[in-house]
Design a protein around this ligand. Structure first.
Ligand code: BES
Ligand code: MN
Ligand code: MN
Length: 449
């Protein structure tokens, strides 16, 4: 048993403590938990033997920073993770409570287990293990852990933009993505961007009797439906003028690599998603739809009567939450302007429709031809015993684009989640063998560099 294997029980206890803190960034009543989680991470970094462990307060939730710079002349890695989590609802679908970590079948179930507390903890424990064993690290590290990734917060971005000297590094390492399949070491080299906002539609200035006024009064919920179906057709093509102009198609080499990935479409559809059929642009292969094409999704519609029984009313106003995922080289500001224009053009008579942006992030693509990604692929291969595959992901990690833009460094996305980890959903889990191997793979990575 190596050092890391001897400490499994301790890592598990530490992770459980972390997972018990309900650090939900989107709900303001959880501010004290955000603080607690930040403080937990700070204390762990200090305990691991890092220096300068501190909270960086500013607008929004605290960042946590720590460093170890005792290897002059050696590379410096910027290690990134996030301690905030998504809300746990719907609560009644959890088999065990979201903030009481429970172990079943080699998995630890809790909100944040995979996204991203478990993976952030992997980075901390990997570094701690090297420091405890050797009293030093083979390279330099700077930790930057944030608390508003799940709400597209701007704090980290402005920090990165204004403190390039302090954060100066050769590459960023991010453990916040997934492996393509169990046991298959994976590096993610592309993420989608996003624009997220709400569509507010207003009709009459008060609710109206639907019998007395129906046939004459504008209906904001109907208007939302009409606007949305103008924006995206039944085959999944987005009908916003100019929207696809900057979309870059994947290279032939990338397409060919994706086609070789081990994949069972029926299992993906019926087991992993629990859906009846796949949808989306029929002429585009699945992985390209997920990783290299933009999307438009509605997340919720509020308005009118949704209580028990029946109420005949024409609501005065309605609201839809929606987002568009973006791919290289689309730009959030331009896409927002295009969307607003398309909404104005699609808005039916008798209502006003306004799109209000909530947050946004640019897409990112990383060129894997550098020693930082190559060494990560090799480290994962050594620990998992299989050749590492390169994929993209449809999700977004806003800071990746900022690391590129403001620090000029590539992001090495070595993730240890699994496709069925239920991110953002009930019964989120982390596969424990991945957690432990992840720690060893990151440690191996630092040694290889
Ligand atoms: N870790 C995820 C993104 C992710 C998931 C990347 C799976 C690769 C594979 C991240 O925490 C996340 O959920 N991001 C949000 C970002 C948004 C709120 C700005 C997302 O993608 O919805
Ligand atoms: Mn995440
Ligand atoms: Mn997330």
């Amino acid at each position: 048993m190596n050092y890391y294997q001897q400490h499994h029980a301790e890592y598990l206890e530490g992770l459980k403590t972390f997972l018990r803190i309900p650090s939900i960034s989107t709900l303001s009543e959880h501010k004290p938990d955000i603080k607690k989680a930040a403080e937990f991470v700070r204390a762990e970094l200090e305990k691991a033997g890092l220096q300068q462990a501190q909270l960086i307060e500013g607008q929004g939730n605290p960042l946590v920073y720590a460093e170890w710079l005792g290897a002059p002349g050696k590379p410096t890695l910027l290690l990134y993770g996030h301690y905030d989590v998504q809300p746990p609802d719907p609560l009644d679908e959890w088999k065990s409570p979201p903030f009481e970590p429970a172990i079943r079948n080699d998995n630890i179930y809790a909100r944040g287990s995979a996204d991203d507390k478990g993976q952030t903890y992997i980075l901390i424990k990997a570094v701690e293990g090297l420091l405890k064993q050797h009293g030093r690290l083979p390279i330099n590290v700077k930790f930057l852990i944030e608390g508003e990734e799940e709400v597209g917060g701007e704090h980290i971005e402005s920090y990165v933009a204004t403190k390039p000297a302090r954060l100066k590094s050769d590459a960023a390492v991010i453990c916040d993505t997934e492996m393509f399949a169990p046991e298959l070491p994976t590096i993610c080299v592309g993420l989608r961007g996003i624009i997220y906002g709400e569509l507010v539609v207003e009709g009459a200035n008060h609710d109206l009797h639907s019998g007395v006024y129906g046939g004459a009064a504008p209906n904001p919920i109907q208007a939302i439906a009409e606007i949305l179906s103008t924006l995206k057709d039944r085959e999944g093509h987005i009908r916003i003028p100019g929207f696809y102009d900057r979309v870059v198609a994947p290279s032939a080499k990338e397409r060919a690599a994706w086609a070789r990935l081990p994949f069972d479409e029926k299992e993906y559809t019926e087991k992993e998603m629990g859906a009846k059929a796949l949808v989306g642009e029929p002429e585009i292969p699945l992985f390209e739809r997920l990783w290299a094409r933009p999307t438009l999704e509605v997340h919720g519609i509020r308005g009118g009567f949704t209580g028990e029984g029946a109420k005949t009313v024409i609501p005065a106003r309605a609201l839809a939450k929606l987002s568009l995922r973006l791919v290289a080289d689309q730009r959030p500001d331009e896409a927002t302007a295009q969307l607003q224009k398309a909404i104005a053009a699609a808005c039916p008579k008798g209502v006003t429709a306004e799109y209000r942006p909530i947050h946004s992030a640019p897409p990112s693509l990383v060129n894997p031809d550098n020693r930082y990604i190559q060494a990560a692929a090799e480290a994962m291969k050594q620990v998992f015993g299989k050749e590492t595959v390169y994929i993209r992901s449809g999700g977004s990690i806003p800071i990746v684009a900022a690391f590129d833009e403001f620090l000029g460094i590539p992001s090495v996305m070595m993730g240890f989640g699994l496709p069925d980890d239920n991110l953002h959903a009930p019964n989120e889990k982390l596969h424990l063998p991945n957690f432990f191997r992840g720690i060893e793979a990151v440690a191996r990575y630092l040694e290889l560099l």
